[in-house]
Design a protein around this ligand. Structure first.
Ligand code: FAD
Ligand code: 2HG
Ligand code: ZN
Length: 490
């Protein structure tokens, strides 16, 4: 047994740590250097934050390695001493995947932030896992290229975290999610061995596609230390439009039409319900209405191209004209400047923060086939209203991908803790309807600690068995982000 229950007070931290823990932390210091092992409670507090206030996080130490070799040495030490480790990027994940226990160490990749190469001819970028997503976008842009992965947290999330959660975002429609943007990865396995899978090839048909085992694994199978990403031509012309519609049917029909009429040029097709934009107007400075009357639903659509003449605007105008003629659109504002387009995006992205001001919230991130979006929303709103009268459904999301964020805010007259005590009752309603409509209970945010219960419920025994065998084969000592993604056997 590794832990010895003779506690000492670690100077200046206010936390209790036994002698062996402190020897262990000393060995971590020898790998990365004293400055890069954080124990002081104040300094570690940011790494322990959990956005939803749903889980409590603690740690023996936060370790900041500077190279793949240091990650490898850290893992070997942890394996030898059976100390669990929690890989961490920008800590913006929303499913508790980067939450740690007091006997685990957090390995945050922030120092591994070198962009190794931007290949203008091959349209690829190679970077270390700790690079902030928006820095990679800018590095591509500096070379006239485009990294399409884009999400509200892009100023603080790391590419390693994006790949580990297989993040989606607002451009999935045209460019795919994080998984689709990866050509190669470098991973340090739970054995400490380094797998260098950093190829930049578009075609490499040599057996199992191992990189995909690590993408979306949420740090349970190893630590991603670098990746080669696909780049695209930088869209130099964009056409952004905010459309008001009266029904979900119209929004879905519009989406189907835009694919054909704009020749699949749409990169984003986002849905927002009135309650979401009202919360943004109320709570987030600078958000304003673009129409002179309220509408129940809004669609934010963007087209982009890199042709010399710029065809997006023309395609968009023609599409809108036809849709008006056919009575699918109530009103629309076509952005006439970059500023107006970014104000429209600000409104969309403000919804996440705006909901924080509306009391406690329970978030669901589901996907259903496009034809099932309307019945999904209608059935779920009705079932929830019947079960928890007054619960407010914030419905928005990436409907071009069939991905709905069905977020509930506490009834105005209900205590927040009472609302939270009914968490499973409400999420079960959402997930049962999703399942009946052949959807997924987690479309883009992953599983983390938050949805292991759903894994047990909705994944078949065969699938759970496969997941457990992967985990056991790669991480027999269960030191790599234990408790996340894979539910314990019943
Ligand atoms: P973290 O939160 O630090 O970690 C997430 C998981 O990945 C954890 O399990 C962690 O252990 C693991 N991990 C992190 N780095 C590594 C690594 N190098 N190797 C192995 N495992 C690792 N998500 C979407 O999909 N679409 C959105 O549109 C979207 N919008 C968002 C908007 C806001 C405002 C916020 C706060 C979040 C949003 N998210 C969205 C959630 C999204 O999953 C994360 O923002 C992002 O992908 C996580 O990256 P991170 O670096 O913060 O990872
Ligand atoms: C978005 O689409 C993100 O804005 C975050 O996926 C959603 O926090 C959320 O519910
Ligand atoms: Zn989203």
């Amino acid at each position: 047994m590794y832990f010895e229950y003779r506690f000492i007070l670690v100077s200046g931290t206010g936390s209790l740590m036994n002698r062996k823990d402190s020897d262990f932390v000393g060995s971590l210091r020898r790998v990365v250097g004293d400055a890069f092992v954080l124990e002081d409670r104040e300094r570690v507090s940011d790494y322990l934050k959990e956005r939803r206030g749903r889980f409590t996080s603690d740690t023996m130490a936060v370790v900041l390695p500077g190279s793949t070799d240091e990650v490898s040495q850290l893992i070997k030490l942890c394996r030898e001493r059976r100390v669990p480790m929690v890989p961490q990027g920008g800590n913006t994940g929303v499913c508790g995947g980067a939450v740690s226990t007091e006997r685990s160490i957090i390995v945050n990749l922030q120092r591994m932030n070198r962009i190794r190469k931007v290949d203008r001819l091959g349209y690829t970028l190679e970077a270390e896992a700790g690079c902030i997503l928006s820095n990679l976008q800018m590095a591509a842009q500096d070379k006239g290229l485009y990294l399409p992965l884009s999400l509200g947290a892009e100023g603080s999330c790391q590419i390693g975290g994006n790949l580990s959660t297989n993040a989606g975002g607002v451009n999935v429609l045209r460019y795919g999610n994080a998984r689709d943007l990866v050509l190669g990865v470098e991973v340090v396995l739970p054995s400490g061995e380094v797998w260098n899978g950093l190829n930049a090839l578009r075609k490499n048909n040599t057996g199992y596609d191992l990189k995909n085992v690590f993408i979306g694994a949420e740090g349970t199978l190893g630590i991603i230390t670098a990746a080669v990403l696909k780049l695209f031509p930088q869209p130099v012309h964009r056409s952004t439009v905010l459309i008001a519609v009266t029904s979900i049917d119209s929004a879905v029909e519009l989406f189907s039409r835009t694919r054909k009429e704009t020749s699949d040029f749409a990169s984003s097709f986002e849905l927002m319900s009135r309650i979401c934009v009202e919360a943004a107007f109320r709570n987030i400075p600078g958000c304003r209405d673009f129409f002179d009357q309220p509408y129940p639903w809004y669609v934010l659509m963007e087209l982009g191209d890199s042709t010399s003449d710029g065809i997006s605007k023309q395609l968009n105008e023609r599409f809108l004209e036809h849709a008006f003629e056919d009575g699918l659109i109530e009103d629309a504002v076509l952005a006439s400047s970059d500023k107006q387009a970014s104000d429209m995006w600000r409104l969309r992205e403000a919804i996440v923060e705006a909901q924080l001001y509306e009391g406690k919230s329970i978030k669901n991130d589901v996907s259903v086939p496009l034809g099932a979006i309307k019945p999904f929303i209608e059935r779920t709103v009705a079932a929830l209203e019947a079960r928890v009268p007054g619960a407010r459904s914030f419905v928005y999301g990436h409907i071009g991908d069939g991905n709905i964020h069905f977020n509930l805010s506490q009834p105005r007259d209900m205590d927040g803790d009472e609302f939270f005590s009914r968490w499973h009752e409400m999420t079960d309603i959402v997930h049962e309807i999703t399942d009946e409509l052949d959807g997924s209970f987690s479309a883009e945010h992953g599983i983390g600690l938050l949805k292991t219960r759903e894994m047990l419920r909705y994944k078949s025994a065969v699938e759970l068995g496969l997941l457990r065998s992967f985990k056991a084969a790669l991480d027999p000592d269960n030191i790599m982000n234990p408790g996340k993604v894979i539910p314990p056997a019943e």
